[in-house]
Design a protein around this ligand. Structure first.
Ligand code: GTP
Length: 687
């Protein structure tokens, strides 16, 4: 079979995630494949064909349609990380017959990274039908992420819910994210049902957790369950029906719909997750975004059960998915928090969601500059479904062309880094140390050419953009750094844990705001610079408390700080990719660590290499990589000692020349080793 024909035949049965890479590597693709890999090119005929290829379930649809709004319940599952939200959600899905028992674990954790790491990153919604006292109830369950970085996901989920299951691990009790999630849900007015999970564990102390919930949040009547064994999980849904109010809204009112989430599907383009507050939306309806005024035709809609099941309509109270036909061109047109209505029947929009701001920034560079395009493709592919990541091209003298990426927090950053390494190839990628955004407040605002005032403040997310020392001295009023209000929980016993945590916070420039005892736990609140937090603060906290302390934080704004730019110099030349903004008090320690570490990764050359760490012209630390001393006299055997001396002097002069022109060739492996967290694959060489 000719190559083109065999390739065409094979694409028909390939999973779609393999298509783009194959198409790229084969350098050829059939028109059909091109359409499949780029849905915006799909003709209406193809769009209709794909749209018709959906799972429909008339029996299920009839049961759903028969449930009045008074018998709907929308609730989310919230908890501290690893307390068992996803496992509990699986059990509820099984109990209601939505999935078969004993299937793959954590059905709602759909992303690869969620399965691999066992953490939830994206909130997931699932519709369930539950028969209670002879009547069908329509339940919408949202499994939310536990980690603080994905707080915006949790906050958005609340908009579709009236109640929450607050899950607490019976062996760990109330932890930092339990506290944070409780207050968020409480502020939203959600009815809360406490659930104490993992009662099957040998060291479970359910009674202690019951007391904590009562004393910390005044929550009573918890349901005690084991999500793992299924023990008493049947007690949860009756509690949901009795304690969570049904959604408000009327099917007879004009359509009012909130956009909760959106993602990209290879076949159908942009998928929207919506919550209908009022009215009914049907296939073929023309609807409009209240913010952008863009109009769309509804192509397909339905419920997530837990995969997409098409229905002919969605009505007030329901949460479901939707595609447009023709599809939405750009995923950025789907603004989360946007309100949709029928064309010509405009409604008062919802307040919208607060856009989460990226707070942790890193640079990503290919070790081989020829691979830049490949890196760009990989990044674009991964960011398609994560719009909270910000992207900007970056160029470095030392590392060449790359990208500056912004993330919501350190876990978000490390999850992305893992996925990028998988996609792009781990050993071919350089990721710089994480940094946070700094605010520069200018003394003189100055005028631009049009006579307008320039910006009074600039936020910089890249140390390379930090102004020169003399500019800082003459033109900058102050530099500010971001702070967070951290909530740390630590067991009251053994007492030294608390002492260690206070010490750690103080070493990291923290200011104590509150210290409270709750039964066997201490809850500490500290104001901490975000910069310290991204420097493995959580790892250190876990280390000094044997893994028992937990951490959560919220933004506490910018504050004036004594920030300096620390640079690494190699034979007096700054290595821009390594420069960092840090607090003056930690510059010397960091500088010393840098020069020692960098030295250990640099190959010795024929001349001496001086590695320095400096703030402006002030050198804080220095290390020297000794030159190889090639034995130029080896060939001499006996003979005149003046010849030997002459050869050595010639060698010295040659080295001086090399040093004078700063001819240092640093292997990318050295940067890779230096930038890796654990010494990387290129372990320091023994000298
Ligand atoms: N023994 C026991 N283990 C449980 C129980 N429920 C969950 N687990 C285990 O606890 C771990 C975390 O469970 P998950 O369901 O992933 O927790 P989660 O809260 O969804 O985690 P995030 O989404 O990352 O916040 C898994 O290893 C589960 O098998 C339980 O009732 N008993």
């Amino acid at each position: 079979m000719p190559m083109a024909a065999s390739f065409r035949a094979s694409t028909a049965i390939l999973p779609d995630f393999l298509l783009p890479r194959l198409v790229r590597s084969a350098g050829w693709c059939s028109p059909k494949t091109r359409l499949r890999t780029n849905p915006s090119l799909l003709s209406q005929r193809w769009q209709r064909r794909y749209a018709s290829n959906v799972r429909a379930n008339p029996e299920l649809e009839a049961r759903v349609a028969a449930v009045p709004i008074e018998r709907m319940r929308n609730f989310c599952v919230i908890a501290h990380i690893d307390h068992g939200k996803s496992t509990l959600s699986d059990r509820l899905l099984e109990l209601t017959g939505t999935i078969k028992p004993g299937g793959s674990a954590q059905v709602l954790d759909k992303l690869d990274v969620e399965r691999e790491r066992g953490i939830t990153v994206k909130a997931q919604t699932c519709t369930m039908l539950y028969n209670h006292k002879g009547e069908d109830y329509l339940l919408h369950l949202v499994d939310t992420p536990g980690h603080v970085d994905f707080r915006a996901e949790v906050a958005r989920s609340y908009a579709s819910c009236n109640g929450a299951l607050l899950v607490v691990d019976a062996s760990q009790g109330v932890q930092a994210q339990t506290v944070a999630n409780f207050y968020l849900a409480f502020a939203q007015g959600l009815s809360m049902i406490p659930v104490i999970n993992k009662v099957d564990l040998q060291h479970a102390e359910p009674q202690r957790a019951v007391e904590q919930l009562k004393s910390t949040f005044e929550l009573e009547d918890p349901v005690l369950v084991s999500a793992k064994t299924g023990l008493n999980v049947g007690g949860i849904l009756p509690a949901v029906i009795e304690r969570v109010p049904p959604p408000e809204g009327g099917v007879d009112k004009p359509l009012k719909m909130l956009l909760l989430d959106s993602w990209y599907s290879t076949y159908k383009g942009v998928v929207l997750l919506v919550r209908v507050f009022d009215g009914v939306v049907k296939q073929g309806d023309q609807i409009m975004s209240v913010s952008s005024k863009l109009k769309y035709f509804v192509g397909e809609l339905g419920i997530q059960y837990p995969t997409e099941v098409a229905t002919s309509s969605l009505r007030a109270g329901q949460v479901g998915y939707m595609y447009f036909n023709p599809g939405m061109k750009n995923i950025s047109d789907a603004k989360l928090g946007d309100t949709f209505c029928h064309v010509g029947k405009e409604v008062e929009p919802f307040r919208g969601f607060e856009e989460p701001q990226p707070m942790v920034f890193v640079g990503a560079f290919p070790t081989n500059q020829d691979e830049f395009q490949k890196l760009e493709d990989s990044i674009n592919q991964l960011t398609l479904n994560d719009r909270s990541i910000t992207l900007a091209k970056e160029s470095s003298h030392a590392l060449g062309l790359g990208w500056r990426l912004g993330f919501l927090g350190t876990l978000h950053c490390s999850v992305f880094e893992d996925r990028l390494r998988q996609e792009f190839g781990g050993s071919e990628l350089l990721i710089t140390a994480p940094t946070v955004p700094f605010k520069i407040v200018w003394r003189d605002v100055g005028k631009n050419k049009a006579g307008e005032d320039g910006p009074k403040e600039t936020i910089i997310t890249n140390p390379a953009l930090y102004p020169e020392e003399d500019v800082v001295r003459t033109k900058v009023e102050e530099i500010q750094e971001p702070f967070v209000l951290a909530t740390i929980t630590v067991p009251a016993e053994p007492a030294e844990f608390l002492g260690h945590v206070i010490e750690l916070c103080q070493e990291n420039r923290g200011t104590q705001v509150e210290l409270t005892w709750f039964a066997t736990q201490v809850i500490l609140k500290y104001k901490l610079p975000l910069l310290q937090l991204v420097d493995n603060f959580f790892g250190k906290l876990k280390g000094i408390t044997k893994g028992y302390a937990t951490l959560d934080y919220e933004d506490a704004g910018y504050m004036k700080s004594d920030i300096v730019k620390l640079e690494l110099l190699v034979n007096k030349e700054p290595v821009d990719a390594i420069a960092q903004l840090c607090h003056r008090s930690s510059a010397e320690r960091l500088g010393r660590m840098w020069v020692q570490r960098f030295k250990s990764f640099v190959d010795r050359q024929l001349f001496e290499i001086v590695v320095q760490a400096a703030i402006g012209k002030r050198v804080l630390a220095r290390e020297t990589v000794q030159a190889f001393r090639k034995d130029v006299t080896a060939k001499l055997y006996g003979g005149d000692h003046t010849r030997r001396k002459k050869l050595l002097e010639k060698q010295k002069a040659g080295k001086k020349k090399l040093r004078a022109i700063g001819n240092v060739i640093i292997d990318q492996k050295a940067f890779q080793g230096f930038l890796s967290k654990d010494g990387g694959e290129s372990k320091p060489k023994k000298k």
